[in-house]
Design a protein around this ligand. Structure first.
Ligand SMILES: [Zn+2]
Length: 491
């Protein structure tokens, strides 16, 4: 049995959400698990059963080194290939009994170990420990995909938080109040631009690709897949490191147009034509820029310390636009101050600022000083001799290379490493919201959906209305932006 070679990234994600685990404790805990994933014969012949089982494997193989698959033999064969494409060293015939299991679809089960059952309908996921749950006949993949994520969240809490598998019975609505639309032609015709094809975008593209008739999609992202991305990018295989993120996503959506560029490059190439944007970039600035390009509707997906979620925005009316949610609420410490303090050299802030700006390697005297202040062995610091101060901060402190993981103090949003099921769930909720909005053209009030899957989920508290910025500072309260939007869409 072997953990994937991108295990350390996964360990960082675990350590960020659970206090008291170091890398070897995480390794030991993962290596003690034999995870069972089963799909009943009946479920394996439905879209929902098929996609739930597939996503379970896409999530599990990134984290757990030993997985036992059970179901119709052709399905087990293809799921085994999928698992090995994600972690070539995954153990699929582990010795010993499974220690915890996920089971998709109804049917008789004789499990003796803790088991979580996944069922679904078009837009609702069901997870329960009580009894097998059945999957529906709808060809929409959203409820089933969310069910896979919630099951993996329950497994995670069971493995790392010593929480009993206690989901008595949760019915999770992927879209607030969402009923499956009777007609979906307008969703199929929608032109949807994905701004950012990172971890959340991967979950969204995966879900969209499972629709019987996926809409036309533009995929926009300047980056290539790095090894550390494998930890939570559900579309990515181990052999795709170094390939553009948009190309990896195009494998799932062959008709997509791809733009290996940032939003500005995309707008320069095609103009401001997009009516619907799915935004999952990792900065507030990027989100505000997406809103400022005045799509008719923006749907936003995120993961952050504490929660994950989705919000959908028009531009006129009372509801918050996307930029309203990301306006600075207070003066936050500057980046150079945060870095200088975290590295133990607050008096070097001007020097740190220059290094952040130039991207030059950290000079040897400063590297030595940082090592002394943080009490770190010189040998651990030396690999950073030719690295930038940003790399030292991200990989050394927050990535666990020089300071033990979890010891770097308060996390900044930009170094937050989500768990695979968190990113995937945000992506599926993002895709589902886009699909329903495109199918129904109902762009009413701004509804923000948030969920924290580190606790048992309570759907009653997921959704909130959001109003425009109360200070009147946002672009959606600016007369020039308002008239440009109104002219663009004839409102
Ligand atoms: Zn606004």
């Amino acid at each position: 049995m072997a953990l994937p070679d991108y295990f350390q990234r996964g360990a960082v994600a675990v350590a960020q959400v659970i206090a008291g685990f170091d890398e070897s404790a995480i390794r030991n805990r993962l290596e003690s698990v034999v995870l069972g994933i089963s799909v009943s014969t009946a479920a394996a012949h439905t879209v929902q059963g098929t996609v739930a089982a597939e996503l379970l494997v896409r999530l599990a193989a990134r984290m757990y080194p030993a997985i036992k698959l059970d179901g119709p033999s052709d399905r087990v064969a293809s799921l085994s290939d999928l698992a090995r494409s994600i972690n070539p060293d995954v153990e699929l015939s582990p010795e010993g009994a499974t220690t915890v299991s996920v089971s998709v679809g109804g049917g008789r089960h004789t499990a003796t170990q803790p088991t979580i059952y996944v069922g679904s309908s078009a837009l609702t996921a069901r997870v329960t420990t009580k009894a097998p749950a059945s999957v529906g006949r709808s060809v929409l993949p959203f409820g089933a995909g969310a069910g896979a994520c919630l099951a993996m969240a329950a497994i995670f809490r069971h493995v790392f938080m010593d929480a009993p598998l206690s989901e008595s019975e949760v019915d999770f609505p992927v879209v607030p109040g969402g009923r499956p639309p009777e007609r979906t032609q307008s969703a199929t015709r929608a032109n949807l631009a994905f701004v950012g094809v990172g971890a959340v975008g991967n979950g969204a593209v995966w879900a969209i690709s499972k629709l019987p008739e996926p809409p036309l999609v533009d995929l926009i992202d300047p980056e290539v897949i790095e090894l550390s991305n494998l930890q939570r990018y559900v579309l990515a295989r181990r052999d795709q490191v170094g390939i553009a993120k948009v190309e990896v996503a195009r494998e799932a959506l062959p008709d997509a147009r791809v733009f290996q560029s940032d939003l500005t490059g995309y707008l320069n190439a095609v103009g401001f034509i997009h009516e619907m944007m799915a935004v999952s970039v990792d900065s507030a600035r990027g989100r505000v820029a997406a809103q400022a390009s005045l799509p008719k509707v923006v749907v936003n997906g995120w993961t952050q310390p504490g929660d994950l979620g989705v919000s959908a925005h028009s531009f006129l009316g009372d509801g918050a636009c996307l930029a309203c949610l990301y306006l600075p609420k207070s003066v936050s410490p500057s980046e150079d101050a945060v870095y200088a303090r975290a590295l133990g050299v607050p008096e070097q802030q001007p020097h740190v600022r220059n290094l952040l700006y130039s991207g030059q390697p950290v000079p040897a005297p400063l590297l030595t000083l940082i090592g002394q202040r943080l009490g770190i062995d010189e040998a651990l610091m030396s690999p950073f001799a030719d690295k930038s101060i940003r790399e030292l901060y991200r990989e050394g402190l927050c990535g666990g290379a020089v300071l033990p993981i979890g010891a770097a103090g308060t996390l900044r949003q930009d170094v937050h490493v989500p768990l695979p099921h968190q990113s995937a769930l945000a992506g599926i909720m993002l895709a589902a919201r886009c699909f329903i909005l495109a199918a129904t053209s109902a762009h009413g009030r701004t509804v923000v959906s948030r969920v924290d899957v580190l606790k048992p989920v309570n759907p009653a508290f997921m959704n909130q209305l959001a109003l425009k910025d109360s200070r009147g500072l946002c672009i959606c309260q600016d007369s020039e932006f308002i008239s440009a939007y109104a002219a663009k869409y004839g409102q």
